[in-house]
Design a protein around this ligand. Structure first.
Ligand SMILES: NC(=O)c1ccc[n+]([C@@H]2O[C@H](COP(=O)([O-])OP(=O)(O)OC[C@H]3O[C@@H](n4cnc5c(N)ncnc54)[C@H](O)[C@@H]3O)[C@@H](O)[C@H]2O)c1
Length: 377
């Protein structure tokens, strides 16, 4: 497989993960980074031994085939558009865009130029979520009829040194964390048909708890406490509670209820974790998640817990798909449908009504262990 020359625009917090993890994958060779803040690009370039470019320099770089957009959500659209207009494949962090119109525009532009457009999240390619997918596809829980998801905390301002964007339109827990949940639900159940929600914000400001701006307050201009209902095209109904107004809770992240059994799915923000099937009498049964290459723990988190982290898997799959002439899994139709679900939830909350979605998508292809292995170096 030929290596793709990779460039990165946006050298903030998450760029470290991409630069650390890209070498795990045989198709990726990160060559240069850029940022509107030249010093940020130079610092990352020095840290990881790659070239620092201006944004225009990177867009014009002859050795770069695909550019990863790691800027803040408010500029994802304009930066991805510039990447495609420069004749390069684009892969964006989530959410790919903030409106359906932006999403459709990028999809059309990519198609017109014969370029690939992809988007995170790629955690649904992880061993845990692929084990859940295999269980559903094998009929082990029967038909999925319902589910519940909870992603609730007291917010992002305690750890992120520049948390402003989380609390502006385009941020909030639905657009920030919803992509992990909604994308996983789509790969497990299929596309969503309609949504409803209650959405509000319990706190008008947030106080930064980390970094150089410690103690500064930032305004809250988007809902931070959302209870949503999702109706899937196959008839399944799922509740999603997404909040940054909650100190503690004891809800599991994701449970799906089938006609034959229930499926306990771990946090879709991570690649690994425990997956269990529970039905009838007896204890829940653990599914094997660690024999999938993207389920094996390869790092420890801040609390010393083992984690499987294969961020870049979706980018690597897109690179392989270009080489093999097949559809990539983290594709733009999936990302646009997820944006439709998320913006639909926010609109439903603002207007206090059910919203029918205008987009749909195919479930992305499952990623078997052997197919994942091929992506690794
Ligand atoms: N931080 C995380 O843990 C995390 C995890 C998963 C996904 N993400 C996603 O990754 C993206 C970036 O998040 P982050 O936490 O790294 O943000 P950040 O604020 O730390 O970094 C963003 C960087 O983009 C640069 N930038 C902004 N506008 C630009 C422009 N027009 N052109 C070039 N550079 C520009 C900024 O200077 C900054 O260095 C977001 O979409 C976020 O949702 C973040």
């Amino acid at each position: 497989m030929a290596k793709l020359g990779v460039g990165i625009i946006g050298c903030g917090n998450i760029s470290t993960s991409y630069l650390k993890l890209a070498p795990l994958f045989r198709s990726l060779d990160v060559r240069a980074v850029a940022d509107i803040n030249r010093a940020a690009a130079e610092a990352r370039a020095a840290e990881f031994g790659v070239r620092a470019e201006t944004v225009d320099g990177l867009l014009a770089a002859g050795d770069v085939d695909v550019i990863v957009n790691l800027t803040v959500p408010a500029v994802h659209y304009e930066v991805s558009k510039a990447i495609l207009n420069a004749g390069k494949h684009a892969y964006s962090e989530k959410p790919m865009v903030l409106t359906l119109d932006e999403g459709r525009d990028l999809v059309d532009l990519a198609a017109k130029r014969g370029l690939r457009l992809g988007s995170a999240p790629d955690t649904f390619l992880g061993g845990a979520h692929q084990a859940a997918r295999a269980a559903i596809d094998a009929g082990l829980i029967g038909r999925v009829v319902a589910g519940s998801c909870h992603v609730m905390s007291r917010g992002m301002e305690a750890w992120h040194p520049n948390p402003d964007f989380f609390f502006q339109p385009g941020g909030g827990p639905v657009l920030d964390l919803g992509p992990y949940y909604i994308t996983d639900l789509i790969q497990l159940i299929g596309p969503v048909k309609s949504v409803a929600s209650l959405a509000n914000a319990s706190f008008p400001t947030r106080t930064i708890g980390n970094g150089e701006r410690l103690g500064q307050t930032v305004p809250v201009d988007t809902p931070t406490n959302i209870h949503a209902l999702l109706e899937f095209a196959n008839g399944a109904t799922v509740t999603l509670s997404a909040s940054w107004d909650v100190w503690k809770n004891r809800h599991p992240n994701m449970e799906l209820y089938g006609t034959q059994a229930s499926l306990y799915v771990p946090d879709p923000n991570f690649f690994g974790g425990e997956v269990q099937i529970a039905g009838g009498e007896g204890d829940p049964v653990d599914l094997d998640t660690a024999s999938h290459p993207f389920g094996k723990p390869n790092m420890q988190d801040g609390q010393g817990r083992d984690r499987a982290n294969y961020r870049c898997a979706g980018l690597a799959d897109m690179a392989a798909a270009i080489d093999e002439g097949r559809q990539h899994r983290c594709d733009a139709d999936l990302a646009v449908h997820a944006v439709d679900v998320m913006t639909g939830i926010l609109r439903a909350g603002a207007e206090r009504r059910f919203v029918d979605l205008s987009t749909t998508c195919e479930r992305p292809a499952a990623l078997a262990a052997a197919e994942a292995q091929v992506l690794l170096a």
